[in-house]
Structures are given as C-alpha cells and as structure tokens.
Design a protein. Structure first.
Length: 109
C-alpha cells in the first residue's frame, strides 16, 4: 500500500503567540512554493499597525526562492502598515541564505 502525503501544509507548521507588544510565530518545516500560501495566509492577517511580528525560524530546514519572496512580501506589508517583521533563532543555513541574497539587511535578524 502506498503512503500518501498530507500535502504542503504538512511541510510547514506555524504556532502563533500574541502579546500586547508583539506576535511571535514559531515556524517549523520548509518555506517553499508549496507552503508559501500557508505562511502568507496565516501571517498576513496579523500584520497591522505598529505591532512587531517575530518569525522564529529555529525549526525551518529550507527556504526556496518563492519562500524568500513570500517573506519579502510580508516585510513590505508590515513596513507599509507601520509594523516590523523580525526573524529569530535562524539556523546557520538560513542565515547564510539571507546573507547571500542581502536580505539580512532588511530583516531584523
């Protein structure tokens, strides 16, 4: 019997914690073309006003170019609304990816 994949949502898990000052989103898995809608769909509605969003990427194993684009789109939306998006607990490979693409200059890491 063949195993069935649970689909893209199974490749990315998001846990949201909210306080008066910030919203923390713990991410685990992969941010890719297959999972970007999950990320954007859950984080975009949280972007409002001057609240800070912290993306805890400690359990992210991989980000592709579409995933990077989704992160930049969220950053742009936050900036336009007066908020910020920060990244925390970046694994070494993700830090290197952001440095290679110069995105470490726009995200507060």
């Amino acid at each position: 019997m063949a195993a069935h994949s649970a689909g893209p949502a199974a490749d990315l898990k998001l846990d949201v914690e909210s306080s008066a000052a910030e919203i923390k989103v713990r991410c685990s898995g992969r941010i890719t073309a297959a999972t970007k809608d999950t990320l954007v769909g859950q984080v975009h509605p949280l972007v409002s006003g001057e609240r800070s969003i912290v993306l805890d990427l400690g359990q992210i194993s991989y980000i592709d170019s579409t995933g990077l684009g989704a992160l930049v789109g969220l950053w742009t939306t936050a900036k336009k609304s007066g908020g910020t998006i920060q990244m925390a607990n970046l694994p070494r490979n993700i830090k290197e990816l952001l440095a290679l693409t110069s995105l470490n200059k726009i995200f507060e890491c």
